[in-house]
Write a protein that binds this ligand. Structure first.
Ligand SMILES: Cc1cc2nc3c(=O)[nH]c(=O)nc-3n(C[C@H](O)[C@H](O)[C@H](O)COP(=O)(O)O)c2cc1C
Length: 489
């Protein structure tokens, strides 16, 4: 079995889009699309007129044509909506989603993977955050209908996903337990998805994608391998220097003078122990350079997972002006990254590029009126009437508190759903010309990305990154042979 040396990490929302993943997979490494909030992103791309007709091409290849037609008819706007008009909203997810929400997940995940696979025969992966649970089942099925080769998942402990992959590969119904705060014994918290409720006509033969768990510690690595409901094909070990969400430090949270979480010895991963687990592993977080790739291979890793370097490539979905400004900062060594312990409603530390005029700017944050209209990070909770309620620590404070949330948990929280869509050029337009601000997440490696800029150039491609990262890889390394796969299910 061949494994990639480079995994281009999943970057939500829409930063690792089909274009980026296509470019990386074409080169024989693993391109990964982000599956996070793809339904909303899909709606917004259709509302913007589907420039280039790519989504239409994907929809034409979708195996359930009536479903594709319904979505096209509802959301496509020829020539794009007027610039100042708001985007239509996809239905907000809940434990038992309405049919339209499920169809949007199936279709949007299918199309993203389909487009990433076009024009080559190499595998493509899809990344999900375990914490964003409600869209999981339909999204994974949609990606599998398009023949996704790898599912990668972190930001939580995705013990039940491997079993879900086994069931969905056979078009069987799958269940997934929703984490509900305060749930009582016997309460029904299962989510259920049965492909038979959505299929039109004969079903295509599906392959079970490989599953890679993204973890941050030896303990979690072992737990995944021992307790997962199906085969775990490998591990991505992500350190807290990585872009996106980071695992919190072990023990009591301590902050440095700047207000960032302090990571210590206990947070270091023992790579020697990883080598004994019997599955391939990739190292992530600050591995975006030829020397670090070489180092990872020498330590027995199958390769590395890199995000930050790819986020600035021409193919990524990050808005052009944000790329340009941050690349200019990087070129002068003045880019600043802050590990924000509060911004994310998930409670996980979240890496943020400090950028004037963006949501990282305290004035912009203070001026934003709280609203929760996308809801991917809503926390399900057991409401006093015994139903499941949903709340987000970044929603209007009074609403959150009325739903039993603690006021102190709302401090410093930011609406990542709206901000991350703004990062990729699909900011929601509000009344009075207000536009949702961007909040760029990026790794501590921000300033090192200048290494990919050729002299005299102000941009680089995904191919430039791949060529550079592999430039010190030789075939002599004892560890480059694939480790044997052991199954711990
Ligand atoms: C813009 C950006 C968005 C990210 N979003 C996600 C995500 O949605 N899911 C995820 O598992 N990891 C996410 N990551 C982490 C990457 O997949 C990858 O593991 C990480 O970037 C590797 O470290 P590096 O940033 O030092 O290269 C993101 C990283 C970046 C830079």
């Amino acid at each position: 079995m061949q494994f990639p040396k480079i995994i281009q990490g999943g970057m939500g929302v829409g930063v690792s889009n089909w274009r980026l993943a296509n470019a990386v997979s074409k080169l024989g490494q693993l391109g990964v699309v982000s599956g996070t909030a793809l339904d909303t992103l899909f709606v917004r791309r259709l509302a913007d007129g589907d420039e280039g007709g790519h989504l239409r091409r994907g929809l034409d290849a979708f195996p359930f044509p009536e479903m594709a037609r319904r979505i096209w008819q509802e959301y496509f706007v020829a020539g794009g909506k007027p610039g100042d008009a708001p985007y239509p909203l996809a239905p907000v997810h809940q434990r038992k989603d309405i049919r339209k929400a499920i169809e949007l997940c199936i279709v949007s995940n299918f199309v993203e993977v389909f487009l990433a696979k076009e024009g080559h025969k190499n595998p493509v992966g899809i990344n999900f955050l375990e914490k964003v649970q409600m869209p999981h089942l339909a999204s994974i099925y949609g990606a599998m209908l398009a023949g996704v080769g790898y599912v990668l998942m972190g930001a939580g402990i995705p013990l039940h996903i491997p079993g879900v992959l086994d069931l969905l590969a056979a078009h069987h119904a799958a269940e997934y337990k929703l984490n509900v705060t305060g749930a009582v014994q016997g309460q029904d918290t299962q989510m259920r998805f049965d492909p038979a409720d959505y299929a039109e006509g004969p079903l295509p033969l599906l392959h079970r994608p490989k599953f890679l768990a993204i973890v941050s510690s030896n303990t979690l690595a072992t737990t995944m391998l021992r307790r997962a409901t199906g085969r775990v094909d490998g591990l991505v070990i992500e350190s807290p220097t990585a872009g996106g969400h980071n695992a919190p430090p072990r023990g009591k949270l301590q902050l440095n003078e700047a207000g960032e979480p302090i990571y210590g010895e206990r947070d270091k991963v023992n790579i020697g122990e990883l080598r004994t687990l019997g599955v391939p592993f990739w190292l992530a977080g600050g591995y975006g350079s030829p020397d670090k790739v070489r180092e990872a291979l020498d330590q027995g890793a199958a390769g590395v997972q890199v995000g930050t370097a790819f986020a600035f490539s021409r193919e990524s979905g990050l808005r052009g002006d944000l790329k340009e400004t941050l690349l200019t900062h990087a070129a002068t060594g003045t880019g600043e990254v802050f590990t924000d312990p509060l911004a994310s409603p998930t409670g996980f530390p979240f890496k943020v590029a400090l950028l004037d005029g963006s949501y990282s700017d305290p004035d912009v944050a203070a001026a934003r009126t709280r609203i929760c209209d996308l809801g991917y990070l809503r926390e399900p909770y057991n409401a006093p009437n015994g139903n499941i309620g949903y709340r987000c620590a970044a929603e209007p404070v009074a609403n959150y508190v009325a739903k039993g949330g603690k006021i102190e948990d709302t401090v410093g929280r930011k609406c990542l759903c709206n901000a991350l869509l703004a990062n990729v050029g699909h900011a929601q337009k509000r009344k009075n010309d207000v536009v949702e601000p961007a909040l760029v997440t990026i790794g501590d490696d921000l300033n090192t990305v200048v290494q990919f800029l050729a002299p005299g150039r102000d941009s680089y491609s995904a191919a430039d990154v791949v060529a550079s990262l592999l430039s010190k890889v030789t075939t002599e390394s004892a560890f480059e042979a694939e480790p044997p796969i052991q199954i711990f299910a």
